[in-house]
Design a protein around this ligand. Structure first.
Ligand code: TYD
Length: 136
């Protein structure tokens, strides 16, 4: 898998005088049907999240409030994507190492995930991830 497949998706947003409404429909705006949603918030200054890859899981990561950086890595190339706008989500395909860093104080990170939680789907060892991605 390549980080080039991890695209920033502009989500459908309906804005009027009452505020903004942003929509994510599985299979329509993103290439999977979400089976799980979780969110990260209250991340202390200077602390990082992530630091793993997934064998099968696809995700969409959204900064619904505040901002943070997502470092994506396919074992050969790395890229930093700053998320700071709730109208965009970062699609992450399987076999991408990701680290979430530089959270602003008010940051809320919502993650839509294609599968239920399964620790067996995680790779938490970077060297093992690089080995697995180079043998694909
Ligand atoms: P972890 O995936 O390490 O968090 P991060 O998003 O920073 O990579 O998850 C932290 C803990 O929460 C770990 O013990 C696994 C547990 N967890 C669940 O039980 N269900 C979930 O859906 C998620 C994402 C994590």
């Amino acid at each position: 898998m390549s980080i080039d497949k991890c695209t920033l998706v502009e989500l459908q947003t309906i804005a009027d005088t009452r505020g903004n409404l942003t929509i994510v429909e599985g299979g329509r705006h993103i290439p999977f049907e979400p089976r799980r949603v979780y969110y990260l918030y209250g991340v202390p200054e200077g602390r990082d999240r992530g630091g793993h890859s997934h064998r099968e899981l696809q995700q969409l990561i959204i900064a619904v409030s505040g901002s943070f950086d997502v470092v994506i890595d396919d074992g050969q190339s790395k890229k930093v994507v700053r998320l700071d706008d709730p109208r965009y989500g970062l699609y992450i395909c399987p076999m991408i190492w990701r680290e979430l860093k530089s959270f602003s104080e008010n940051a809320v990170c919502v993650v839509l995930a294609s599968l239920h939680y399964d620790e067996d789907d995680y790779c938490r060892d970077y060297e093992a991830f690089v080995d697995a991605s180079s043998s694909q």
